[in-house]
Design a protein around this ligand. Structure first.
Ligand SMILES: NC(=O)C1=CN([C@@H]2O[C@H](COP(=O)(O)OP(=O)(O)OC[C@H]3O[C@@H](n4cnc5c(N)ncnc54)[C@H](O)[C@@H]3O)[C@@H](O)[C@H]2O)C=CC1
Ligand SMILES: O=CCc1c[nH]c2ccccc12
Length: 299
């Protein structure tokens, strides 16, 4: 068993609009692990303290996510497992595809089931019909909570008037270089049923745009956080604080134990001040860079 001390520390959680608790930081199995056997990485993440695991049918590795979960041996009730409906599938495919995901993951239910993307458009179904099929698998207990991903305000408007259940989560790209486009979605979600935002791509200003305006504004913020925390703080952790304070839930990933610990420790780093958030906002506004789902959001 690795780093037992880390396992024993409670994970910070957020209450969703359906009353359930979601851990505020998630371990992702797309991007770097997309299409790859992620069993060892997932086991390491769980052993080190992650409980929230973010998968998707489209990542092509749910079987190895399941193998990692089994290998870690943590009780099911202590894990928060997410999967996402593959883009383009229609209402009739929702239940069969989720049942297949459950078989691959080796579990009876997922904690959260998301529609991965509104585009490509679902086969033979409107977005509302697709959502109703997702509500049905929730009613059957196959998914404890349900939500969406990469939904714009217009996509949400297409389902909310006819929905019996308001989505609990909208998972979207959030970092300072897309904040101008993300902010209206975050605001709409907050004001229309308190839909929680789960953010992905949050480290983009450091790992995909190194040396950019946000990277350059972080050092004095990191220094102030270290003084307040009394321990070393990294630029990644400072950026996670910005994302948590702007959105809520952070979805990230790494196969390295040191990085996984760094991510988990960010939950305990003190909050950014309003001035620090503003400084990061201002730096982010100097550049627009979207890395995912351009076919949904445009550039
Ligand atoms: N719903 C959706 O459409 C999407 C969901 N996701 C989910 O979010 C997860 C995380 O997405 P990411 O964009 O990868 O998260 P991220 O922006 O947090 O980046 C994590 C990556 O950054 C690397 N990294 C961390 N610190 C670094 C440093 N100092 N220098 C260089 N590289 C560094 C890590 O090794 C890892 O590959 C995915 O695995 C997936 O589960 C991701 C994209 C789209
Ligand atoms: O979830 C986002 C990133 C991603 C990586 N691979 C795929 C395949 C299909 C949809 C999304 C993604």
């Amino acid at each position: 068993m690795r780093s037992r001390q880390w396992c024993l520390r409670a994970m910070a959680t957020i209450t969703l609009n359906d009353g359930t608790q979601i851990p505020s930081i998630a371990y992702g199995t797309g991007t770097a692990l997309f299409g790859r056997d992620c069993a060892n990485a997932v086991r390491l993440a769980i052993d080190t303290g992650f409980t929230h695991l973010d998968g998707a049918q489209a990542y092509g590795n749910e079987d190895s996510l399941g193998a990692g979960i089994q290998a870690a041996g943590k009780p099911r009730s202590e894990l928060y497992i997410v999967t996402k409906l593959k883009g383009g599938l229609g209402a009739a495919q929702v239940k069969p595809s989720l049942v297949k995901s459950l078989q691959q993951l080796g579990v009876d239910y997922v904690d959260l089931f998301l529609i991965h993307t509104p585009k490509p458009h679902p086969q033979d179904s409107t977005l509302l019909e697709l959502w109703k099929a997702v509500e049905a698998v929730h009613a059957e207990g196959l998914a404890k909570s349900i939500g969406v991903s990469n939904f714009t305000v217009d996509d949400l408007k297409a389902i909310l008037p006819g929905a019996k259940i308001i989505p609990s989560v909208n998972q979207i790209e959030v970092h300072p270089y897309v904040w101008k486009a993300a902010e209206p979605i975050v605001k709409y979600c907050r004001e229309n049923g308190n839909i929680a935002i789960a953010s992905y791509g949050g480290l983009t200003p450091l790992n995909r745009v190194p040396g950019g305006p946000v990277d350059n504004v972080l050092p004095p913020i990191v220094q102030r956080l270290e003084e307040a925390f009394g321990k070393p703080v990294t630029a990644n952790q400072a950026l996670f604080k910005w994302t948590c304070q702007k959105a809520a839930i952070v979805v990230t990933t790494s196969s390295k134990e040191a990085r996984i610990k760094e991510y988990l420790e960010s939950v305990r780093v003190p909050d950014l001040t309003a001035d620090e958030i503003q400084a990061i906002d201002d730096a982010g506004a100097k550049l627009h860079k979207r890395f995912f789902m351009k076919h949904v959001f445009g550039e």
